[in-house]
Ligand binder design. Structure first.
Ligand code: FES
Length: 172
């Protein structure tokens, strides 16, 4: 008998998990960020197609190797940011998304933060070789720090795994 208790996901989360919008790779994106969460080891990639003149998002999509909460949040996020300016997209919070989803279970907050952190990393990547606008903070925001760059996440996780293994070796 399984002891797992189903998470109290809202109907909206379940609906977007089953039929996510904007799922998939975008070949003509001009801003991309892959980011992962140390809390669970899951990854997400955000793709943006940006009108460079207007600094406006024309299209957005995502790939997620995360849970239902992450997929639903990313689905909603990529819908909301279409036609928004980069500045407006930057200011969207995971809490706002969670509210629109009917609330995420507390142990799933990090999944929403991961989606927003990846979007912010994609916006930051877009400005890497461009003149930075004054609304873009110099320092990484907490959401971006939570959404680690892929290489950083892999490095930390493999270190954890090898520490775990050497601990196991000692026990054997
Ligand atoms: Fe990893 Fe939700 S548990 S993204």
């Amino acid at each position: 008998m399984s002891s797992r208790i189903p998470l109290p996901y809202s109907p909206k989360v379940l609906e977007l998990f089953r039929s996510p919008k904007n799922l998939g790779r975008m070949d003509d994106a001009n801003a991309i960020a892959a980011a992962g969460s140390l809390a669970c080891g899951d990854m997400i990639t955000i793709y943006l197609k940006i009108d460079e003149q207007a600094e406006r998002i024309i299209d957005a999509s995502f790939e997620s190797y995360g849970c239902a909460a992450n997929i639903a949040t990313a689905s909603l996020l990529t819908e909301i940011i279409k036609e928004k300016s980069l500045r407006e997209a930057w200011s969207i919070s995971w809490k706002q998304l969670s509210d629109e989803l009917g609330g995420l279970p507390p142990i799933k907050y990090h999944c929403g933060i991961l989606a927003v952190g990846a979007l912010r990393r994609a916006i930051r990547a877009y400005y890497k070789d461009r003149v930075k606008p004054d609304w873009l903070p110099e320092e990484l925001t907490p959401d971006e720090r939570h959404a680690l760059e892929e290489e950083e996440l892999v490095k930390i996780l493999s270190k954890r795994i090898s520490v775990g293994r050497s601990g196991q070796d000692k026990d054997q």
